[in-house]
Write a protein that binds this ligand. Structure first.
Ligand code: DQA
Length: 162
């Protein structure tokens, strides 16, 4: 097990959707004061501790997020995805998550269930492996730990073929 982790470390993609590039300046009372770069640095530090690789991508464009999900199929073992407002209405992103077999964990910094009514519905959640909402940076850090567990379980099920 250990040798495989060293020779073939798990790769996880962290996908950030629209407006998340503005974190730190954007509604800090709702989303906190950390910038996206600071969130990514914390994830990078945890990834080093867990002996895995992590890559990051942010886009304000639905099609670019879809393209990255398609690429994830062959390149990473799991995806952590904050779809931003697309969460609540993008059927194209929902279909992209459903189309790939890599586990996708939906994350939100804010508690979407404690905000406006339209945020209480996620079109992504039914096709995601799970959802973490409302814990700020911890939403992402917990998702990374869960992503590793899911990916390792899947690797065992596939007999190490992926
Ligand atoms: C968000 C919640 C969404 O409702 C909102 O549109 C975002 C950020 C979050 O991380 O809390 O852009 O995904």
């Amino acid at each position: 097990m250990i040798w495989r982790e060293v020779r073939n470390p798990l790769r996880v993609l962290v996908l950030h959707g629209p407006n998340l590039n503005l974190l730190g300046r954007r509604e800090p009372d709702v989303y906190g004061s950390l910038t996206l770069e600071e969130i990514n640095t914390s994830l990078q530090n945890l990834a080093a501790e867990l002996n895995i690789q992590v890559e990051f991508y942010q886009s304000n464009h639905e099609g670019e997020l879809i393209d990255r999900l398609h690429q994830a199929q062959d390149n990473v073992a799991a995806v952590i995805f904050n779809p931003g407002a697309f969460t609540h209405y993008s059927l194209a992103l929902r279909d992209a998550v459903a189309a790939v077999s890599v586990p996708v964990i939906e994350v939100h910094l804010s508690n979407v269930y404690a905000r406006e009514g339209f945020r209480r519905h996620s079109v992504i959640a039914p096709v995601a492996a799970g959802q973490i909402s409302g814990l700020g940076l911890d939403s992402y850090l917990l998702a990374l730990r869960a992503a590793v567990n899911l990916a390792e379980k899947r690797r065992r099920q596939l007999g190490g073929k992926d």
